[in-house]
Design a protein around this ligand. Structure first.
Ligand code: PHE
Length: 433
């Protein structure tokens, strides 16, 4: 085990780091476009219900497992039962696959910061994005640059790297988001955008939306791959799990909603399509920025904001596998960071190229990039989450005592964890797959 296991230096640092992990591209890039595609307010309601009542349970489980065993994901499951070690590795596989598409988007962000900074604003962002993402050299170079920029922080350690990065980047991020959201609601047709977000049209409700909302909820809260077990393992002994979980949920949701408030009023004011999909943030929004009085200013603020969100999540994604490699292969933190980076680099290159020369290479009818996103969010995360709940509920004696001291809360938690969660997750999974 890592000698003298690191600890967050304060409770606030722990919260900022977990919020930094949770708040990422999931909130600002994925959430608005998925909500746009799934009918707006109805999706938002489904998503909020799932987060508040369902996802909070596995979230508490992961934090409590981390706090209890004070070790990495693989060892934590091994300590519960040696037969569960394979499941720890399944989590690590998941968390190794996520950055392989996540960091591709990170590379696009770097490129957009550059074009706005250098005033190289193209005539049409639609044409630009399609031709840029289809190139070979530049996108691959920037995916790898983003990977290296992220890896620097876990390389430097928990307190000197991860904690410092979050403590600096997250407050700046929050400030930029508030400024842009205020600007957005001052736009002429903003009300239409807000209506789309908050006025439900129940005819839009459909069953497959539930799995999409669940996948999004798990992804955005970083649940289902051991990231929170790892961050929880650096937690102080007296940390209150339920309170921490709801604080995390509160901030993550607030930021996702603020991101929507920043994006949809602009989209409606300029007569764009809310269901534009993954390109919403890279085509529609920059298109609008380029028509504003200070295009570079808005473009730079928005993409730096996105960069901070992506890198603080990327750090937690990498730290999860780095911590497991350190403890299971008995190697130093530095070596582990390098090995994990090399693995991610190898898989993220074909993902980057799947918008160009590899666009016809399909798995399950999807490009490699889309396949990684789909396989992790819609398959691996829900399955892992179900297994984490089953293991915590049925294989750790009196697990509920780890979560809270309140007898009533313990009873409710125990019943929900053991019976209600499987009863909900299993059908959602079967139906969704
Ligand atoms: N929660 C992050 C986001 O919303 C993504 C993430 C996934 C982070 C898995 C850590 C682990 O972008």
């Amino acid at each position: 085990m890592e000698k003298d296991r690191a600890q967050w230096s304060s409770h606030v640092s722990f919260i900022i780091a977990t919020v930094g992990s949770a708040v990422g591209l999931g909130n600002i890039w994925r959430f608005p476009y998925i909500m746009g595609k799934n009918g707006g307010a109805v999706f938002l309601i489904t998503y909020l219900l799932l987060i508040a009542f369902i996802c909070v349970i596995p979230l508490c489980c992961e934090l409590a497992i981390g706090k209890l065993f004070k070790t990495d994901t693989v060892n934590a499951f091994k300590l519960i039962n040696p037969h569960f070690k394979w499941f720890g590795w399944l989590c690590i596989l998941t968390v190794l696959l996520i950055p392989c598409f996540y960091f591709v988007v990170g590379g696009w962000i770097l490129n957009y910061i550059w074009i706005f900074l250098a005033h190289h604003i193209p005539q049409s962002f639609g044409d630009y994005f399609t031709s840029y993402s289809a190139q070979i050299f530049m996108p691959c170079f920037l995916t790898l640059t983003f990977l290296i920029m992220t890896a620097i922080f876990p390389y430097r350690g928990v307190n000197n790297g991860i904690e410092k990065a979050n403590n600096i980047m997250m407050p700046i991020f929050a400030l930029m988001l508030i400024v842009l959201a205020i600007f957005a609601i001052m736009q002429p047709n903003a009300v239409k955008g807000l209506e789309f977000m908050f006025k439900p049209d129940f005819s839009q409700f459909n069953k497959s939306m539930i799995l999409t909302a669940l996948g999004q909820a798990l992804f955005t809260l970083s649940i289902g791959m051991g990231a929170l077990i790892t961050y929880g393992s650096y937690m102080k002994k007296d940390t209150n799990i339920i309170k921490s979980a709801y604080t995390l949920i509160f901030f993550d949701t607030l930021i996702a909603v603020l991101a929507g408030v920043m994006i949809f009023p602009i989209v409606f004011s300029f007569g764009l399509e809310p269901a534009a999909g993954a390109s919403l943030v890279f085509i529609s929004l920059p298109e609008i920025f380029s028509k504003l009085p200070y295009p570079s200013l808005f473009g730079v603020i928005f993409f730096i904001l996105l960069f901070f969100a992506a890198i603080t999540s990327g750090i937690s994604i990498m730290e999860t596998s780095i911590a497991s490699f350190i403890e299971n292969f008995h190697i130093s933190r530095k070596k582990s960071t390098i090995i994990v980076s090399i693995i991610i680099a190898f898989i993220s290159i074909p993902a980057t190229l799947s918008f160009g020369i590899l666009k016809d290479f399909k798995i399950l009818n999807r490009t490699f990039f889309d396949f990684l996103d789909y396989a992790t969010s819609n398959i691996l995360l829900p399955i892992n989450t179900l297994i984490i709940c089953l293991i915590a509920g049925w294989c750790i004696k009196s697990f509920y005592k780890q979560v809270t001291d309140n007898i009533w809360l313990q009873r409710i938690f125990n019943i929900v964890l053991k019976f209600i969660i499987p009863l909900i997750l299993i059908p959602v999974l079967i139906y969704g797959l």
